[in-house]
Design a protein around this ligand. Sequence first.
Ligand SMILES: Nc1ncnc2c1ncn2[C@@H]1O[C@H](COP(=O)(O)OP(=O)(O)OP(=O)(O)O)[C@@H](O)[C@H]1O
Ligand SMILES: [Mg+2]
Length: 253
Amino acid sequence: MKVEPGVAVQVVGLSVGWSQEPLLVDLSFEVRRGSIFAILGGSGSGKSTLFRHLIGLEAPLTGRVEIAGVGDPLQARGRPRFGVLFQSSGLLGSWTLGANLELPLRRWTALEPEEREAVVCARLGQVGLCGYQNHLPAELSGGMRKRGGIARALVLDPELVFLDEPGAGLDPVTAAQLDDLILTLNRNLGLTVVLVTHELASIERLVEDCILLDREEKGILARGDPRQLRVESPDPRVRAFFQPETLSTPAVP
Ligand SMILES: Nc1ncnc2c1ncn2[C@@H]1O[C@H](COP(=O)(O)OP(=O)(O)OP(=O)(O)O)[C@@H](O)[C@H]1O
Ligand SMILES: [Mg+2]
């Protein structure tokens, strides 16, 4: 299978799950190059499981994932062509932030130490962490660790990043700043962003295209621009996902 032009990630007939109990059945969708695409859904709907399949950490029951310039991420060997931010930031705790960012450069490039240092500095500058190279992750706030994780995801200059719950656990102001950073990277670098998120505010600010997963359906309940789905979807489950306040309105006695 070849990825269509203008497409960053193509998923065809993907079924995932365990033994007799598939979790998601026959998913097909594509992520457009240069877009900010979200995987949405209630708790337990399979977002993180799908995320792991997209980045090639797990093998599907059937179907496949193709990434432009990478092919099948399960088979991908060699220099990673996409960046990943794991939910916990994924920074190695006993290494300084600078050493964490340098690791992929040591592994995959022939840059000299001072050249690596310059790349690390530039990437940290991009996420507002200039001068924090010598800090350990534990010496940074949650929001700074997330930004550090994003800097590391960008260190090899990918065209595509996968972000798992980037705003989770952050206060609303810090989460909004992180969203601004993601938007800037998308607009200025043309970075394609695939993210898992729960946060309605982030969806509103960032997301132009999404899939909404549903556990009962074992698949995609809705696909498209969340702003449109929220008001135009004929499915009340979809409108309720985007407007949960309508569900919590107390009944008039
Ligand atoms: N390795 C596994 N073996 C069996 N079941 C699993 C495994 N991993 C996840 N599951 C189940 O699959 C379902 C979906 O899990 P997943 O973590 O993908 O959901 P999620 O949408 O990311 O939820 P949340 O929003 O709470 O993070 C859950 O019921 C979970 O228990
Ligand atoms: Mg999850």
